[in-house]
Design a protein around this ligand. Sequence first.
Ligand code: PSU
Ligand code: MN
Length: 304
Amino acid sequence: MIDIKYSAEVQTAKTAGTAIVALESTIITHGMPYPQNIEVAAQVEQDIRDAGATPATIAVLDGQLHVGLESDQLKMLGQAKGVSKLSRADFAACLASGGTGATTVAATMIAAHLAGIDVFATGGIGGVHKGAEKSFDISADLMELAATPVTVVAAGAKAILDVPKTLEVLETQGVPVIGYQQDSMPAFWSSQSDLTAPLRMDDAGQIARAHAMRQAVGLPGGQLIVNPIPKSDEIPAEILAPIILQAQTEADEQGVSGKAVTPFLLQRIFELTEGRSLTANIALVRNNARLAAQIARELVALHT
Ligand code: PSU
Ligand code: MN
């Protein structure tokens, strides 16, 4: 079994059997600009503590898997240059070669499961990119949700993705996509979309019971909870649509491919919205962290 380095607070929570929420680190290194990235990371951790659970930000530092970062490690990672973006394909290679990498949704799920953590909060998952019929660009996050038993709380899939195709792949892979307290599929920066979420649940206890039931019936894989951004923080889809189109066109023209695509689009949308996309991103991650903490607490209550 691989050696895991736990932060002091995560170690304490594990010993006590209290609620823990995993957090990814790619959002810090590749998803948000410095210095807001480290401020947000610390804020989201605090939101989880305030909601009665323990945050466990996951990363690989010099070949060591960390589940829970101390605040100096978080600050270091947020400023470090040349940090790898780790998904299922390169997670073990990074550990074996002593590298430093931030974990995407897929790699964070793998690490959370190794650490016995059932619930994970993030902003948006990777999905099927627009033009995937030509590029074949489909995030490994989708297959991970089918394979690894972690409940992931996100704000839906970004409009940089082909959301209908993303939902189709999730359905094919047998991943429950559960809208939280609404029928509409949330669209990351907007709380509503024209699509209906395949499932709906209205409280954290119900989500925790569904997580436990998948284990009870022997289904592998996790659940995707799609939690709408608070209305006061959303950006109307009509404002974003032309901006996303422009960012996408630039990516195509510049030949951006592979794992560089998502960070490129996020950065361009941040620039083109003059930072408004980041403000919304922060609000929705915090909102997801609070819901994830409630689900984690309900899961602990189920087992005690
Ligand atoms: N979507 C966001 N913000 C992010 C990401 C996705 O809104 O930071 C990151 C996550 O870590 C996600 C990864 O797992 O990008 C997906 O990358 P790719 O599309 O290369 O699989
Ligand atoms: Mn991709």
